[in-house]
Design a protein around this ligand. Structure first.
Ligand code: S3P
Length: 177
């Protein structure tokens, strides 16, 4: 199966965007672009270092530029950083050649997934369920407004998540090549 468009994965940190991308690559042979990874490689430093050396605005500009660049692709899973929906112009880019899939997750699950890692500068000093919940609530409207399709991931296997997602995508768009 090949798609004439891209799947743009959005959602909060720890929602499972990377895991879903890998599954779609392995199962459906789609190409994958992990935005954070490309940005880190190009800058030659970790996301945390980019934030601490250059600041968030600099990182957000890189994100916008990369999203613009990626719209020339097709049959690609674009796995966005959790904050990519914060700029309206990013969402416009995502929709140019992509179907936007929101993965939702509870703050408790996010906490379990992020508690032992230090790679997420936005959660520095806020790695607790309440702060995660607060930030999630603050972003919720933007995530939902950007989404063409939504999948709730808690308690689901990766296979269930991807099957539900593909089913919803097929209902949303029929241009498979
Ligand atoms: C961010 C999420 C991160 C990364 C950066 C900022 C955010 O990506 O882009 O640390 O603002 O939510 P993940 O969602 O892949 O963790």
């Amino acid at each position: 199966m090949k798609m004439d468009y891209n799947i743009v994965l959005i959602g909060f940190m720890g929602a499972g965007k990377t895991t879903v991308s890998e599954y779609l690559r392995d199962t459906y042979g789609m190409d994958v672009v992990e935005m954070d990874q490309v940005i880190a490689e190009r800058e030659g430093m970790t996301i945390s270092d980019i934030f601490s050396v250059h600041g968030e605005e600099y990182f957000r500009n890189l994100e916008t530029n990369l999203l613009k660049e990626l719209q020339s692709r097709k049959n690609t899973v674009i796995s966005c950083g959790g904050g990519a929906v914060l700029r309206e112009e990013n969402v416009v880019e995502m929709k140019k050649n992509g179907c936007v899939v929101l993965l939702t997750v509870t703050p408790e699950t996010v906490y379990e997934r992020v508690k032992d890692s230090d790679g997420r500068p936005i959660l520095k000093g806020r790695k607790n369920i309440n702060d995660i919940m607060e930030l999630m609530e603050k972003r919720k409207g933007k995530y939902e407004a950007a989404a063409d399709v939504m999948v709730a991931t808690d308690g689901m296997t990766i296979q269930d998540i991807c099957e539900e997602m593909m089913k919803k995508l097929m209902e949303h768009r029929t241009d498979v090549i």
